[in-house]
Design a protein around this ligand. Structure first.
Ligand SMILES: Cc1cc2nc3c(=O)[nH]c(=O)nc-3n(C[C@H](O)[C@H](O)[C@H](O)COP(=O)(O)OP(=O)(O)OC[C@H]3O[C@@H](n4cnc5c(N)ncnc54)[C@H](O)[C@@H]3O)c2cc1C
Length: 504
């Protein structure tokens, strides 16, 4: 494969004439595969804009020339006309996927960040509450609460108290912790203080309200950005609507045509409102001991479906006939098919796509801090209930051991009272006061391939304990329900209850 990368615009690349001549002509060498970057803004690529680049790629559908030649014929106006006609006019939205945007988003609430990150076809990296100590006054104050109102004052006092307690706990836990976690002989001073700090931040983050500010880097294509803007602008929170407007303004500087009509979407607003009313009517039965994690649905035919899919790929007969053969197989033979597939899988490899034919649906109740990590797994379908203080909260273990439980509960009590005070008149806004300790219910449907990824990643000891525990429970339920699907899954750390020989 040619490794030539153009250093100057299009110089040294074969022309379309030579490329076309080569067809069926024994005297002309056939075209060789070629890979080269066309990068927006790169002068070697002709200084294309993101929108021009998207047109260059779209035009290869109908044009025989190499991309670099098509690029020479595209300019800003032509690109805008193309997008107006094809993407916006005829709805060929996939063209917009070739225009990529990087957005730096700073000082938004964690609540707004959840909505921003609720777009699975994008990439995010967010400020971590595990690796950073968050500033005392860095929280969002919603403008839905009128200036000088009692509601606003209560809101501010509650956030101040939560963040003040967070900082006090950071100090007190840092003093307490070395008693129970002495320095290891082999450990450097810097390594030791980093280890201490991680335990302290992991435990103190429970006090942070959803109003706490965060930064997030977003990389997404223009199609996803348009959807993201619509979603934000259709929100019931002013902060999110403003964020959507700003996103649109900034995105238009990069892809002026592709996000031109991004706006609030009445359909999205209606769906949200209708669902809210429909769900609220449902009356529940009191639960004595509400389970934290339940396996709501799984497919008893899961193993047969997986084996059939694995054999189907190389079979030369229809799916139905492969399925019938699998029904007749002995269990050991079926297991052998799965074992063979996974035999060489290393710690960073993923099972093949066939593992996506089997689904599991879990009901999870986890603290908001854990939820924020959980929802970052984009291959699942997750459906959260609104943030509330009514599902109770978690008291982090270090806070208990350090004798800070009383102060912690007082802070939770204040947050709970303020939440209820606000919720009667400003239900969406009250969510800002829910802390990372408060529990949230979420429904999650994921396929077996994502189960492997999630279970492997989030049950390892480096994972935060508040997500490690529910994910281990989910894993246990899935393994107990369908052991043969997990018999050959490799984990970094096997739990005590693991039912198989770890080398299977
Ligand atoms: C110990 C630890 C620390 C972390 N610290 C931070 C942090 O400080 N800040 C932060 O923002 N996040 C952090 N994360 C979250 C992490 O970066 C991931 O966003 C999160 O775990 C989701 O997992 P995932 O990206 O592997 O895949 P999922 O979204 O679960 O998708 C499953 C798999 O699909 C593929 N995939 C999905 N989407 C894409 C895509 N767009 N492009 C290519 N492949 C894709 C990948 O193979 C991926 O592994 C941390 C995670 C861990 C475990």
């Amino acid at each position: 494969m040619a490794d030539h990368v153009p250093q100057e615009p299009y110089r040294g690349l074969p022309s379309s004439e030579g490329w076309q001549l080569s067809f069926g002509d024994p005297d002309v060498a056939p075209p060789q595969p070629r890979v080269y970057p066309l990068t927006a803004g790169d002068t070697n690529s002709g200084g294309l804009t993101e929108e021009e680049l998207a047109v260059v790629f779209a035009m290869t559908s109908r044009r025989p020339e190499p991309f670099v030649e098509i690029a020479q014929q595209v300019n800003t106006q032509k690109a805008a006309d193309f997008h107006e006609r094809w993407v916006l006019g005829y709805g060929h939205a996939s063209v917009a996927e070739h225009a990529v945007l990087h957005m730096a988003v700073e000082d938004i609430s964690r609540l707004a960040c959840d909505t921003l990150e609720d777009n699975r076809l994008a990439s995010y990296t967010e400020k971590s509450s595990r690796y950073q100590v968050l500033p005392r006054y860095a929280y969002h104050v919603p403008d839905e609460l009128p200036l000088h109102s009692k509601a606003r004052r209560t809101y501010v006092e509650t956030c101040d108290h939560l963040l003040q307690t967070y900082h006090d706990f950071m100090t007190q836990a840092s003093i307490y912790l070395p008693e129970e976690m002495p320095r290891r002989e082999t450990e450097t001073e810097a390594g030791y203080s980093q280890r201490l700090r991680r335990v302290v931040t992991d435990n103190c983050r429970f006090l942070l309200p959803a109003a706490t500010l965060t930064n997030v880097g977003v990389t997404a294509n223009a199609r996803t950005i348009e959807h993201l803007i619509q979603k934000l602008m259709s929100s019931d929170l002013l902060e999110e609507r403003r964020l959507g407007t700003e996103f649109r303004h900034r995105s238009r500087q990069i892809t002026p045509t592709l996000v031109k009509y991004a706006d609030r979407n009445p359909y999205m607003e209606r769906v949200r409102e209708r669902q809210l009313h429909a769900g609220v009517q449902l009356k529940g039965e009191p639960e004595d001991t509400p389970a934290e994690v339940t396996l709501e649905h799984h497919d008893p035919d899961g193993e047969a479906k997986l084996v059939t899919a694995l054999l189907f790929r190389s079979a030369r007969i229809p799916y139905r006939q492969v399925w019938e053969r699998v029904q007749q197989m002995r269990p050991a033979r079926r297991l052998g098919v799965v074992a063979d597939t996974l035999a060489q899988m290393g710690p960073h490899d993923t099972p093949p796509r066939e593992f996506e034919v089997v689904d599991f649906t879990f009901g999870l109740t986890m603290d908001y801090g854990a939820y924020r990590e959980f929802k970052r797994h984009r291959m699942q379908t997750y459906i959260p209930q609104p943030l509330t203080v009514d599902n109770g909260y978690v008291v982090p273990p270090l806070i208990q051991r350090a004798g800070l439980e009383g102060q912690f509960k007082e802070a939770m009590g204040r947050a709970g009272d303020a939440f209820h005070g606000l919720a009667t008149r400003h239900r969406p806004v009250a969510q800002y006061l829910v802390t990372h300790a408060h529990k949230r219910r979420v429904l999650s449907k994921m396929n077996l391939r994502e189960c492997y990824h999630l279970f492997q990643l989030r049950t390892q000891t480096q994972a935060h304990f508040s997500i490690r525990e529910p994910i281990e429970q989910a894993m246990r339920l899935a393994v107990e329900a369908q052991p043969d699907l997990f018999r050959h899954m490799h984990l970094r750390h096997y739990p005590e209850w693991w039912p198989f020989d770890q080398r299977e």
